[in-house]
Design a protein around this ligand. Structure first.
Ligand code: KIV
Length: 298
């Protein structure tokens, strides 16, 4: 692994190619708000994905399908305000690019123009190839996403690893090459056997970003809430928890509630003072007002 000097400002997209060539791993994480994006930026993360996983980890849905374009734009704007260096990837939600190239371009443009995203991501190959060509043709970078594509989990038979037979693995390999040929600047490989992902990574010029696809990918992505232990639902096998913030947050909230109820919070140090003479005058004013009220009523 070699480490090239970091350029100042926004990470230029072509640097991802150089990172691949230099064997320098690319790090992507999801984020959905300004505090998360600010911390990711401070931690030196290369790409922030405003993922449609927001539907589950932020908005409380059971799948990624219900999140809307307007909700994604709202979240993207919050991330963009705080992410100075990382490339911000807007994840095109289900239903915003399937119908036609025109609609795909329209919504990709919204991500860039209204959301402030640098590039977009969409799922699948096949019909998505034409969408990739159309969006890149409009001057917007596209990240591909194959393997387990959560927007079509029902058709795939659930949230299952993909490419586990020779035929399926070959299909994934061809899809990855086709996405590169269509113009993708990178391809996410989700829940793909490590040797298959490594073979795809070798064959592509553009970087692969793995999630449950092994160490042979050019980069890795994890969902913010999963890696920080903020999401209390069942995490997929490929998640590594680097913290248990849910427990920390719950413990802190319980302590706060307990102290409010017992009167231990707030203490003197959490309050503001008023000079003695002002307080005395305030009391005198209240007394005058009270006397006036009594006079008016009698
Ligand atoms: O929406 C998302 O968070 C994603 C990642 C899991 C790659 O697509």
């Amino acid at each position: 692994m070699s480490t090239r000097p970091r350029t100042a400002g926004k990470l230029p997209l072509p640097e991802l190619l150089e990172m691949k060539r230099a064997g320098e791993k690319i790090v992507m994480v999801t984020a959905y708000d300004a505090p998360g994006a600010r911390l990711a930026d401070a931690a030196g993360i290369d790409l922030i994905l405003v993922g449609d996983t927001a539907a589950m980890v932020v908005l409380g849905h059971e799948s990624t399908v219900p999140v809307t374009m307007d909700e994604m734009l709202f979240l993207t704007r919050s991330v963009v305000r705080a992410a100075k260096r990382p490339v911000v990837v807007g994840d095109m939600p289900f239903g915003t690019y399937e119908a036609s190239d025109e609609e795909a371009v329209h919504n990709a443009v919204r991500f860039v123009k209204e959301g402030g995203a640098d590039v977009v991501k969409l799922e699948g190959a096949g019909p998505s190839l034409s969408r990739v060509r159309a969006i890149t043709g409009a001057g917007i970078g596209v990240m591909g996403h194959i393997g387990l594509t959560p927007q079509s989990a029902t058709v795939l038979g659930g949230f299952k690893a993909q490419g586990r037979t020779a035929e399926q693995a070959r299909r994934l390999f061809e899809d990855a090459l086709a996405l590169e040929a269509a113009g993708c600047f990178a391809v996410v490989l989700e829940a793909v056997p490590a040797p298959v992902a490594a073979r795809i990574t070798e064959a592509l010029q553009v970087p692969t970003i793995g999630i449950g696809a092994g160490a042979g990918c050019d980069g890795q992505v994890l969902v913010y809430h999963d890696l920080l232990g903020l999401y209390e639902g069942r995490a997929p096998r490929f998640v590594k928890r680097y913290a248990d913030l849910a427990t920390g947050i719950r413990t802190a909230l319980e302590a706060y509630a307990g102290e409010v109820r017992s009167g231990r919070f707030p203490e003197e140090q959490h309050t503001y003072s008023i000079p003695e003479d002002e307080l005395a005058e305030f009391e005198a004013l209240l007394a005058e007002d009270l006397q006036g009220d009594v006079r008016e009523r009698s």
